[in-house]
Write a protein that binds this ligand. Structure first.
Ligand code: ADP
Length: 479
């Protein structure tokens, strides 16, 4: 069963279910036909006996056994009983007999003659009587014939005589059953083949994509919304995302190699210079080593940032989300940052209290640190920074403003790109990954980041994060 094609499986299921339904229908039909045919036989019996009731007349004075109109005359008591020629004595397997008051059959048919003597006469009630291997219906009617008393009509019939006819029909139609199922199987097979045709196309296209590794290939879903078209669209969507992810990966790898190449080239150049110069003084050697150390540090920083950046996406396992008091986190991070800068900056905070988010503490701390580090890095003189945290509807707004050099408008759209550095004179200071990381962290938390900046006046970065619904707002906490 496991190795069968879907088409064969559907056909097999279809035939099995069809055979079960047909089988059950046959059994139900057979059982109900028995009851129905008995009911019909019983009605016929009652109608025939009742119809014969007015076909009997008694002539008390009559002695002549011959009648002029062809009816039958039977001597009875002093006179003659006359049975009309329309009296039905044996019709459709029903026998009707005329019985005398001393329970003798005077005229007509009795199909259970042997048993009949022992069966009491009961008016208008059909009874079931065994006779030989069969069961018979017996129906009696008491006659009201003028001039005589105690005459009865008794009808009898084999209860199952009609059902036997049905059974023969039933058995012959049973022979047709395998042919019917075979026909349904062939029909079902072709219908399934036709309906699964689009899936076959999807399979072929997927096969082509996997062998040719062409992630740009898409399958035409056509108009409509049936299951296969939906599947095709999902497949195309998946290919689109795979393609984008693959391109992003390639781009990232190329960006990384490019970024690592500069410090590496610098290290190699210093080594080469130092090794080639036979008269290298200890000071010159020390200078070369300092350059190598600086570039090594830069590479180290770059690798650290890259590692963190690539892990943000896999956030759930690496950085599990938990309920966090963002006010507390911002306050602590600002304090630590201020201390690490040995108070070489003015950092003011204006934080609404008890603002809760669901997030990863290390990631959100990194987000804020990147913004604070940039604010310091891109400020001349003593950096003046302000960190604000407020709630706005269902979002929390974290603003970091500085009075630094600002960003020219033409650079604004690109500063969140990886490795983009707007100010060429300061490229040695950062890795170009700080803001890209901020953007990734914000969006990994269901938020966003934006910037407003005026060159020469300063910049304000605003991070929006979804507020936890259990946040209870308290008064401000300012410093
Ligand atoms: P970097 O490591 O170079 O700081 P970022 O991704 O953090 O990289 O920032 C990208 C660029 O955006 C920076 O090179 C800088 O030109 C500009 N920038 C970021 N923050 C500020 C700021 N607070 N003031 C002025 N320019 C900024």
């Amino acid at each position: 069963m496991k190795n069968l094609t879907i088409r064969a499986k559907i056909t097999l299921w279809f035939i099995t279910i069809l055979a079960i339904i047909l089988g059950l229908a046959y059994v139900a039909f057979y059982l109900s036909s028995e009851n129905v045919s008995r009911e019909i036989v019983r009605n016929e019996l009652e109608e025939t006996v009742t119809g014969d009731m007015d076909k009997i007349v008694y002539h008390p004075e009559e002695k002549n056994p011959e009648s002029a109109d062809g009816s039958i005359r039977i001597p009875y008591e002093e006179g003659m009983l006359e049975v009309d020629q329309e009296f039905l004595a044996l019709i459709n397997g029903i026998g009707v007999g005329l019985w005398s008051s001393d329970r003798k059959l005077i005229y007509g048919e009795d199909l259970i003659r042997e048993e009949s003597g022992g069966i009491p006469l009961v008016d208008s009630r059909t009874r079931t009587i065994p006779s030989g291997p069969d069961m018979f219906y017996v129906y009696d009617r008491k006659l009201e014939v003028k001039g005589v008393e105690g005459l009865w009509l008794r009808g009898s019939v084999d209860r199952d005589q009609r059902h036997e006819e049905v059974s023969v029909l039933f058995r012959s139609s049973l022979l047709l059953l395998p042919f019917l199922i075979l026909l349904a199987a062939v029909g079902g097979y072709f219908i399934t083949k036709r309906s699964l045709y689009p899936i076959r196309r999807l399979m072929e296209a997927a096969g082509n994509i996997s062998t040719g590794s062409d992630l740009k290939q898409r399958i035409d879903a056509g108009e409509g919304e049936n299951e296969v078209q939906q599947l095709t669209r999902s497949f195309n969507g998946m290919m689109q995302r795979l393609d984008e992810a693959f391109e992003a990966e390639t781009q990232f790898t190329s960006d990384v190699s490019h970024e690592l190449r500069t410090p590496m080239a610098s290290i190699l150049a210093q080594c080469e210079l130092a090794l080639e110069d036979e008269n290298l003084s200890p000071e010159e050697a020390r200078d070369a080593l300092l350059v190598i150390q600086r570039q090594g540090d830069r590479m180290n920083e770059l690798i650290g940032d890259m590692l963190m950046y690539t892990r943000i996406d896999r956030g759930q396992e690496m950085y599990p989300r938990e309920p966090l008091d963002l006010t507390e986190l911002v306050r602590e991070t600002c304090e630590d940052f201020e201390m690490s800068c040995e108070n070489q900056l003015e950092l003011a905070t204006d934080l609404d209290q008890n603002l809760m988010v669901t997030g990863s503490e290390p990631l959100l701390r990194r987000l804020l640190l990147n913004l604070l580090e940039n604010a310091v890095r891109y400020s001349d003189g003593t950096p003046r920074i302000r960190a604000e945290l407020t709630a706005e509807g269902r979002m929390l707004l974290l603003k970091v403003s500085d009075r630094g050099i600002g960003i020219p408008p033409e650079h604004l759209p690109k500063i969140f790109d990886r490795f983009y550095q707007a100010d060429p004179s300061r490229t040695g200071e950062g890795t170009g990954l700080g803001l890209a990381m901020v953007k990734e962290i914000a969006s990994a938390h269901g938020g966003s980041v934006s910037v407003a900046s005026t060159p020469g006046e300063g910049s304000t970065f605003t991070v929006r994060l979804p507020k936890r619904s259990d946040t209870v707002q308290l008064p401000k906490l300012s410093s």
